[in-house]
Design a protein around this ligand. Structure first.
Ligand SMILES: [Zn+2]
Length: 154
């Protein structure tokens, strides 16, 4: 009986899975999970709402992101947008969000829509990320995986 050797998932060309392990256009939002630049066991949930351009960023424990300013979001939202564009293309991202012209930056997307910081619970987005991980992990082994490192606590 041939043994099943899991192949690594093919990675889209320009996406940085270390930095942004999860990004999607879903439920009227561009939303994603972004690794913290400073702490290996913290992630941020970033999102931009279609139509309004309203945006938010917080840790998976709902602590507001300290870098979340007034007009253009934070560096996590910026990373999320970069990776969304790498995955979906600038045109599709702009169309989904309702921006007339393709934009290549978070500032451009949010600015075109006139969005403002608007609190959204990170939990609902983070739960989708965990579901997604469960899905992609299914055929793989039970060995510890480096990309799961931030879930280790204590
Ligand atoms: Zn942030």
């Amino acid at each position: 009986m041939p043994s099943f050797v899991p192949h690594p998932r093919p990675q889209p060309e320009k996406r940085n899975l270390q930095k942004v392990p999860f990004v999607e256009l879903f439920d009227g939002r561009l939303q994603g999970v972004v690794s913290s630049g400073s702490s290996a066991d913290r992630v941020y949930v970033s999102l931009i709402e279609a139509g309004t351009g309203n945006f938010y960023c917080s840790t998976n424990n709902n602590r507001p992101c300290g870098g979340l300013g007034g007009g253009g979001g934070c560096k996590h939202i910026g990373e999320m947008v970069n990776n969304a564009i790498a995955q979906y293309g600038a045109e599709r991202v702009a169309r989904y969000l309702g921006v007339p012209e393709p934009q290549t930056s978070a500032y451009g997307l949010i600015g075109s829509l006139g969005g403002a910081k608007t609190k959204v619970e990170a939990g609902e987005v983070f739960a989708r990320f965990l579901d997604y991980l469960r899905y992609v992990e299914l055929p793989a082994s039970t060995e510890p995986r480096p990309e799961m490192a931030w879930f280790v606590t204590g």
